[in-house]
Design a protein around this ligand. Structure first.
Ligand SMILES: N[C@@H](CCC(=O)N[C@@H](CS)C(=O)NCC(=O)O)C(=O)O
Length: 223
C-alpha cells in the first residue's frame, strides 16, 4: 500500500485515484481489512491513525470513530471491516476466499459473527478486565473465550483451514482475534490441548501476507 500521500484523491500508478484506508496497525478489524485489500491486489493510500487523536477528515467521513474506514474515489465510505473485505474480494478474489472448499459462505459468515459477538465480548473482558470494573474476572472470560477456540479447533481436525485445505474469508477474518487472545496469555494458550488451532495460528502469523500487512513505515516507532 502507498503510505501517507496527499488526500483526498491521490492517484495510483494507473493515474486513477486510489481508495484511502484509515487503519491502526494492531487493530484486529483493521488487520482483516488490510489482509483482504492485499489479497485482492487493491492499492490504497494507507493512513495510520492514532486512536486517541483521530484525524478530523476521518471523523467527518465516519462519525462513529472506529477503524478501519475505507473512502472510495466515488465518495462511498465503508466503515465496517467485513464490508471492506466483501467489497474488495467481490472485485478480485484470486485466492478464492469467497469460495470455500467445504461449507458455504453463510457458514463462514456465521462463524465470523460468533467471533465478533460472543468471542470478542469475552476477549475484551479477559484482555482489558480493569476497564470493566472490579467485578470482572479475566480468567472467567478466558474460559468462556476458550469455548470458541474449541469450536475452531474442531473445524481444523481434518483440514488445515477452517473451511478446507486453503484459507478463506473466515480464516482471515478470525485469526487476528485469536492472535490477540493468544498474546494476552501466551503460556496459557500454548498449554491448551488445541494443537490444530495452535498450528493454524502460527501458520497465519508466519505467512507472507501477514508479514506484509504488519510491516512498519521506515520512520515508525516500535510499540
Ligand atoms: N465493527 C467495527 C469495529 C471496529 C473497531 O472497534 N475498531 C477499534 C480498534 S480495534 C476502534 O477503532 N476503536 C475506537 C477507539 O479505540 O477509539 C468493524 O468491524 O470495523
Amino acid at each position: 500500500m502507498t503510505e501517507d500521500q496527499a488526500i483526498p484523491a491521490p492517484a495510483g500508478v494507473s493515474g486513477r485515484p486510489l481508495p484511502v484506508l484509515y487503519s491502526f496497525r494492531r487493530c484486529p478489524y483493521a488487520m482483516r481489512a488490510r489482509l483482504a485489500l492485499t489479497a485482492s491486489r487493491q492499492d490504497c493510500v494507507l493512513h495510520e491513525v492514532v486512536l486517541r487523536d483521530k484525524p478530523a477528515e476521518m471523523i467527518a467521513l465516519s462519525p462513529k470513530g472506529t477503524v478501519p474506514v475505507l473512502h472510495l474515489p466515488d465518495g462511498q465510505v465503508l466503515e465496517q471491516s467485513l464490508d471492506i473485505m466483501r467489497w474488495t474480494l467481490a472485485r478480485h478474489d484470486p485466492d478464492g476466499w469467497l469460495s470455500p472448499e467445504t461449507g458455504s459462505v453463510a457458514e463462514m459468515e456465521a462463524l465470523i459473527a460468533a467471533c465478533d459477538g460472543t468471542f470478542k465480548h469475552h476477549l475484551d473482558r479477559y484482555k482489558y478486565a480493569v476497564r470493566y470494573g472490579p467485578e470482572t474476572d479475566p480468567l472467567h472470560h478466558r474460559g468462556e473465550g476458550a469455548v470458541f477456540l474449541r469450536r475452531l479447533n474442531e473445524h481444523l481436525t481434518d483440514q488445515a483451514h477452517l473451511f478446507g485445505s486453503r484459507p478463506s474469508l473466515a480464516d482471515y477474518a478470525i485469526f487476528p482475534f485469536v492472535r490477540q487472545l493468544a498474546n494476552t496469555g501466551r503460556e496459557w494458550f500454548d498449554a491448551q490441548p488445541l494443537a490444530e488451532l495452535q498450528t493454524w495460528l502460527s501458520g497465519h502469523l508466519n505467512s507472507e501476507i501477514f508479514q506484509e500487512i504488519m510491516r512498519r513505515k521506515a520512520n515508525e516507532k516500535r510499540d
